[in-house]
Design a protein around this ligand. Structure first.
Ligand code: IMP
Ligand code: MG
Length: 175
């Protein structure tokens, strides 16, 4: 593959510190509650695995796989490739995403899951390309804000590859 991924944008240690800080906030907010953690496949699996191991409340984990595309209307079109196995009605749900880019995927997903009547629904994301946002969408627990670069590693892929890198690296196509 003609891709250079040698430039580290966020080293492993910085990611670890972000995960600990975020987990501390989540632990505080949900003290005495139970939490259903919903990973958005596939990119969130590494972040989710690190995050849940820092959580102290009773936790269950489920996954959902979606793809979104903007149509010509303002209504979001979300195709569900793999739905949740659990019923979320009346439960505290925390959606775990790898990165927020335009915000489109999460705004559609949030809207869809809210129709299932969770007790609470919040979002956390490991990384955030804030300057690329086209939808009004902010995570309740924000990870690391990154510039407008295509990144790989820590669960994020290019064409299915590089999810296993420990650092987050900038992917540059070689001409
Ligand atoms: P959004 O709907 O535009 O917010 O898209 C978010 C999704 O696009 C993420 O869940 C990722 O799967 C993917 N994505 C966005 N930016 C990147 C990137 O820099 N590297 C890898 N995947 C990305
Ligand atoms: Mg994704």
């Amino acid at each position: 593959m003609n891709l250079d991924v040698s430039k580290v944008l966020i080293p492993e240690a910085e990611i670890k510190a972000m995960v600990s800080d975020m987990a501390a906030k989540i632990n505080k907010d949900y003290e005495g509650e139970e939490l259903l953690v919903v990973g958005v496949l596939t990119g969130s699996f590494v972040f989710l695995a690190d995050l849940v191991r820092e959580l102290k409340m009773p936790v269950t984990v489920d996954f959902i796989q979606v793809s979104s595309y903007s149509g010509t209307t303002s209504t979001g079109v979300l195709s569900v490739k793999k739905d949740l196995s659990s019923n979320i009605a009346g439960r505290n749900v925390l959606i775990v995403e790898d990165i927020i880019d335009t915000g489109y995927t999460l705004s559609c997903l949030k809207e869809m899951l809210l129709t299932r009547n969770p007790k609470t629904l919040k979002i956390c994301s490991a990384f955030d390309k804030k300057e690329r946002r086209t939808c009004e969408m902010n995570a309740d627990y924000e990870g690391i804000v990154i510039p407008n670069e295509f990144i790989v590693g820590y669960g994020l892929d290019y064409d299915g590859c590089y999810r296993n890198l420990k650092d987050v690296c900038i992917a540059k196509l070689l001409g």
